[in-house]
Design a protein around this ligand. Structure first.
Ligand code: UDX
Length: 466
């Protein structure tokens, strides 16, 4: 094996890592440190691939819930995968970091949120995870970073790890998973990116990752083996590109409103160009969630630290265009209330940051609902999955699980998260239960002609010409 890697001198570090790659799959014991959304999905998916996995988290309530197959956020297939893994004995969760002792590969999956009061990434959880892992690291262990981090973090963490265990190695293997598709994105990713150091231990680390992801690799998933900086930048750049695409089409929406154009038709026409593609050209209320907003800000902050801020200055504009969508929708809603929102019954359909999720982190829908409520409007929010989270975190807002209750007697309907059940609403039937048939389609998800034919006053964002 050593010869096949082209190594002539016997380096004990390499032997340990290479030996590990020679084991059978049954021998692979993985730890996943941080069992929030990313970690829970990763741990359950790795167990589904046949590996033995221990998930560790400092939050005992998370550990207890996961041990009962209850995911931290709604995610299709995750509860089943957790139950299968726990049932098979291949998956377990623990609050004590010592539980990682038997594992030889350790995935770092903790969150890297926006710094309180700042825009850069807060790496406290990541550093704490490494600190917790260090006493248990053994010669030949591989640490694999999956969290989204500022470029330069992997090199810094490798130095920390090797100061304690010189014969352990670090790889950076960013995740690209989307909420609502996280299990599929983990088991069958579009690509695998391994940031590894040069030399034999880096090669052995990439071989080991190929073994862990053997199914995806065998299915032809492209594998990009690169340096740390490129791996870290790939994740930041992917999110920056997606955010830019959304803000670009939203800027076009404003142009459509100013000129009588229709942004949905424009996006269709652009999307047929294979170099552009239709995905992420959904104009409307813009992006939210736990990733895109904070990741573009952290990317810009890091570029500024590196003296390259001017190259990413456009991301400030991407962020501003995005936030302006919310203000624009509030403006349209106030307009629809004749400028007098106090006491007006407004039904808000959707609270999650996107359909298919119960995540309300930086949700554009909730932001709009809160602003209108602060103007004294009588706002009632409904959502197929996120109502409990809204009730827990925003007790001042009125929520209901019942769509019927939300819309009955409403003077204005706001469609803010395009759940399929809202998109499928029958405008004729709905017009019979509301007080005024006025709708603002914040996601451009409805057919304006159909709604107008049913007697509705319809407004989209960038659909002046529809
Ligand atoms: C995103 C990235 O897609 C994923 O690769 C990364 O790992 C994490 O961040 P996610 O946050 O789950 O995933 O959501 P995504 O599907 O990207 O949507 C982000 C936001 O953009 C949502 O608020 C969505 O409503 C909005 N969006 C998306 C649009 O406004 N228009 C679009 O065309 C697409």
């Amino acid at each position: 094996m050593i010869t096949s890697l082209g190594i002539n001198t016997v380096d004990p570090t390499v032997i340990d890592l290479v030996r590990d790659t020679e084991r059978t799959d049954d021998d692979l014991v993985l730890s996943v440190i941080g069992c929030g959304y990313l970690g829970a999905v990763h741990a359950a998916s790795m167990a589904a691939l046949g590996h033995t996995v221990v998930g560790v988290d400092v939050d005992q309530s998370k550990i207890t819930a996961l041990g009962q197959a209850r995911p931290p956020l709604y995610e299709p297939r995750l509860a089943d995968l957790l139950a299968d893994g726990l049932g098979s004995g291949r998956l377990r969760f623990a609050g004590d970091p010592a539980a990682v002792r038997r594992a030889t590969v350790h995935f770092l999956c903790v969150g890297t949120p926006q710094q309180p009061g700042g825009v850069a990434a807060d790496l406290r959880h990541l550093d704490a995870a490494v600190t917790a892992l260090l006493p248990y690291l053994k010669s030949g262990d591989l640490v694999v970073g999956k969290s989204t981090v500022p470029v330069g973090t992997a090199a810094r963490l490798r130095a920390r790890i090797q100061a304690v265990e010189p014969a352990a190695e670090l790889a950076w293997n960013p995740e690209f998973l989307r909420e609502g598709h996280a299990v599929a994105d983990t088991l069958a990713p579009d690509r695998l990116v391994y940031g590894v150091p040069g030399g034999p231990t880096g090669t052995a680390a990439a071989d080991l990752l190929n073994r862990i992801y053997a199914k995806a690799v065998a299915d032809g998933t492209p594998v990009i083996i690169t340096d740390y900086a490129t791996a870290e930048l790939t994740k930041a750049a992917a999110n920056a590109f997606l955010a830019t695409k959304i803000s670009f089409i939203n800027a076009m929406a404003d142009l459509c409103d100013a000129t009588g154009g229709d942004v949905v038709q424009l996006a269709d026409a652009l999307g047929h160009d294979r170099r552009i593609g239709r995905q992420f050209l959904g104009a409307g209320l813009g992006f939210g969630g736990g990733c895109l907003p904070k990741d573009i800000r952290a990317f810009l902050a890091r570029a500024e630290e590196l003296g390259a801020g001017s190259s990413l200055g456009f991301l400030r504009e991407v962020d501003a265009i995005n936030l302006h969508r919310r203000a624009r929708l509030v403006e349209l809603a106030l307009d629809a209330c004749g400028g007098l929102p106090a006491g007006r019954r407004i039904a808000v359909l959707g609270a999650a940051f996107k359909p298919g999720s119960d995540d309300i982190r930086d949700s554009p829908a909730l932001d709009v609902a809160e602003r209108l409520a602060s103007f004294g409007a009588d706002v009632v929010i409904t959502d197929p999955r996120a109502v409990d989270r809204v009730a827990e975190t925003r007790p001042q807002l009125r929520v209901t699980r019942s769509l019927d209750e939300a819309v009955r007697g409403a003077e204005l309907i706001l469609l803010l998260t395009e759940w399929p059940e809202y998109v499928a609403l029958n405008p004729v039937a709905l017009s019979k239960v509301v007080d005024r048939a006025v709708i603002i389609d914040g996601r451009n998800a409805l057919d304006p002609a159909r709604w107008r034919a049913a007697g509705w006053s319809y407004r989209g964002l960038g659909r002046a010409g529809s």
